[in-house]
Design a protein around this ligand. Structure first.
Ligand SMILES: C[S@@+](CC[C@H](N)C(=O)[O-])C[C@H]1O[C@@H](n2cnc3c(N)ncnc32)[C@H](O)[C@@H]1O
Length: 341
């Protein structure tokens, strides 16, 4: 696994193209800020009809819509625009597949990324020292559900839990992964451990699904509190990157007795794969997100994470091979076992 980019920057043209790659994202963000996809809904509209509905200039909207059609979010026929099937569902607030909480999270990141230089100077997140805004945790947890709901089913389909009966979703947030594994494994029972506000969302989601009957909840700070009981599988998904290397190592040591002998810790994250720790691209870029939003987070290589696990006393440490396209992250699964007695 090396996942090197297909075109490294070796010319001014390539450099300029990369540096101006913000244009399309900025166009899409403006469309989201105007809630254009909801206004279009399932209709086909002329620019002047849509401009009247959105109360914006026809000139601005014509240029915006042309670009949205150019990238496939809108379809253009003659003078009329309509949503693509994707935009008419996931980006349309009137559709049941709308991913509003996740879109809010993505939209908000534009301004935060503009403050990257500040974070590089200080080594601190952009909101350092500010208390978490009321409602933020709830919104974030819904965003995590909307981000993962499709891929969780694909991952649960392919990760074989063997004869496991008990599953701890550590930092499980909305419980999306726990629900997906429960749906796939009818004998399994799951416990979702997270902060109380996140678990409120998890309970609301679980109440809509049959497998939700087999979930229990553990509201605590797992970095401080001891987790009582033993589980056949501990699932640590998208949490590794929030914490420093030392914090993760301490956690791995602390949760080893929480695994039944022979039980497995499965880590899902944006792992770096190559010797220098640069690729895949998404894993390096995600470290920047962690710089902007966490105190000590980062992304880590498979190799270093494996060494922390061995040091903590785990055996059979190895990646879980997955089919490309059916993964949360490219090569993003690592498992380790508690030795049998
Ligand atoms: C990025 S989300 C991942 C959610 C889910 N595991 C997934 O893969 O979609 C990280 C979750 O870990 C939880 N978390 C992080 N540190 C925690 C701690 N010390 N105690 C409890 N929950 C924690 C957060 O509240 C959040 O719900």
């Amino acid at each position: 696994m090396s996942d090197r980019p297909s075109s490294p920057i070796t010319s001014l043209n390539a450099f300029r193209d990369l540096l101006t790659a913000y244009r399309l994202p900025r166009i899409i963000l403006s469309a989201l800020e105007l809630d254009l996809f909801t206004a279009l809904g399932v209709k086909a509209c002329t620019v002047s009809q849509l401009a009247a509905a959105l109360k914006v200039s026809e000139r601005g909207l014509e240029i915006l819509c042309r670009n949205l059609a150019m990238c496939g979010l809108l379809k253009k026929r003659g003078q009329r625009y309509r949503n693509s099937p994707f935009a008419a569902s996931c980006l349309n607030a009137r559709h049941r597949a709308y991913r509003g909480a996740y879109l809010e999270l993505l939209k908000g990141q534009w301004n935060d990324w503009s403050r990257l230089t500040e974070s590089v100077r200080t080594g601190l997140p952009v909101d350092h020292g500010e208390p978490e805004a009321p409602g933020y945790r709830r919104q974030f947890t819904w965003a995590m559900h909307q981000r993962s709901v499709d891929v969780a089913a694909a991952v649960a389909e392919r990760v074989n839990l063997g004869r496991a009966k008990t599953f701890l979703d550590l930092g499980g947030g909305p419980g999306t992964y726990a629900l997906a594994f429960l749906a796939k494994n009818p004998e399994l029972r799951a416990t979702v451990c997270d902060r109380p506000e996140a678990l409120e969302v998890a309970k609301e989601i679980a109440a809509t699904q049959k497998a939700g009957d087999r979930i229990s909840y553990l509201p605590l700070d797992f970095m401080r509190a001891t987790i009582v009981g033993q589980y056949d599988v501990i699932w640590y998904s998208n949490v590794l990157h929030i914490y420093s290397a030392e914090e993760n190592q301490t956690l791995f040591t602390r949760v080893l007795p929480t695994l039944a002998p022979g039980g497995r810790l499965i880590i899902q994250d944006a792992f770096l794969h190559d010797r220098e720790g640069l690729y895949p691209e998404e894993a390096s870029l995600f470290a920047v997100t962690m710089l902007l939003f966490t105190e000590r987070g980062n992304t880590y290589s498979l190799r270093e994470t494996s060494s922390w696990l061995r040091k903590a006393g785990y055996t059979s440490v190895k990646p879980v091979r997955m089919k490309k396209g059916a993964e949360d992250w490219d090569g993003g699964l690592l498992q380790a076992q508690r030795p049998r007695l």
